[in-house]
Design a protein around this ligand. Structure first.
Ligand code: GUN
Length: 297
């Protein structure tokens, strides 16, 4: 049996970031426009802090402006909404991202709907979610967008008619991922915690996207031979005998790579693509706000 191709998300994301940097150079030269991204972090969640630091670094490396807002954990919803209103009205800012999760005193959905939809580079506003669901162009959530790019890189642009299974129904990944695959004319199934026979659903899938947050849940003998397997999971395994706590995905990588046609590793698969897509969304938002053509990638 031939082992799966390991999809190099790091290299894919580096290519996309350099394409974004080139688009930014052209926008500066031809339209005197520098895209700006504001990232808001409330509280001190350590994973979120690392993520936000990387976003800022890569925004600057792509030649864009980065505006970081670090608010204390006890920030009220009213204070956060006042900040968002200011960012909505600031012409130097083309993209706004509020890092999730937010502390419990703040209603996430309420905050997300106050972001100007044209600056909603996460694609989480109901307006952009509705556009995606109804098949019109809006800002698309970054992780599913990155997953789709990697799927098409393996299977070609035409994935119509493929059986696609998305495990997980979150607003951040599962639902928009399913909507994107449906827009590509795949036959889409969404599996979740109440799905009766998950292995049977997975065995039918030519394209599998796992986004449940359960370490190594998808086993080798559940997967269809030759399937493209995209692992969105980011789970920390308990500390091992060497005193290390390793990251792993929702897919049992060592087993599934024996069966699949292509598979993303964790880390180094989907993760790096999310930030690269965020940068692309920020350029797209800046273009749309200035009545410029959205770059073709
Ligand atoms: N937290 C985990 N992933 C994401 C993401 O893609 N966007 C935001 N805003 N918060 C997150």
């Amino acid at each position: 049996m031939v082992e799966a191709k390991i999809i190099d998300g790091k290299a894919f994301a580096a290519d996309l970031r350099s394409s974004v940097a080139e688009q930014v150079r052209q926008l500066k030269a031809s339209d005197n426009l520098t895209p700006g991204l504001a990232v808001v972090l409330v509280g001190e969640d350590s994973a979120s802090e690392i993520y936000v630091r990387n976003k800022n670094k890569m925004t600057l490396e792509a030649g864009m402006r980065s505006f970081e807002h670090n608010l204390p954990a006890d920030t009220s919803q009213k204070e956060l909404l006042t900040l968002i209103e200011g960012l909505n009205n600031d012409p130097e800012i083309h993209g706004i991202l509020v890092q999730l999760p937010l502390p419990s005193q703040i209603n996430e959905q309420n905050v997300l709907t106050k972001i100007d939809p044209s600056k909603d580079v996460d694609g989480f506003h109901v307006f952009n979610a509705g556009k995606l669901a109804t098949g019109s162009d809006g800002l698309i959530p970054c992780t599913p967008l990155g997953c789709l790019m990697m799927i098409k890189d393996q299977l070609g642009d035409d994935i119509a008619g493929k059986n696609a299974l998305v495990i997980g129904r979150s607003n951040i990944v599962g639902k928009p991922m399913a909507a994107l695959l449906l827009r590509e004319n795949c036959t889409v199934t969404i599996a979740h915690s109440k799905t009766v026979d998950l292995p049977a659903e997975i065995r039918r899938a030519d394209i599998l996207v796992a986004a449940v947050g359960r370490a190594q849940m998808v086993k080798g003998d559940w997967v269809k031979e030759g399937a493209v397997v995209i692992d969105v999971g980011m789970n920390r395994l308990p500390i091992d005998k060497e005193g290390e706590s390793k990251l792993c995905g929702d897919v049992d990588f060592d087993e599934v790579k024996q069966i699949a046609g292509a598979i993303t590793p964790v880390p180094g698969g989907v993760g790096p693509m999310t930030i690269a897509c965020l940068l692309q969304n920020t350029v797209n938002a800046a273009c749309a706000q200035n009545n410029l053509e959205i770059p073709k990638i």
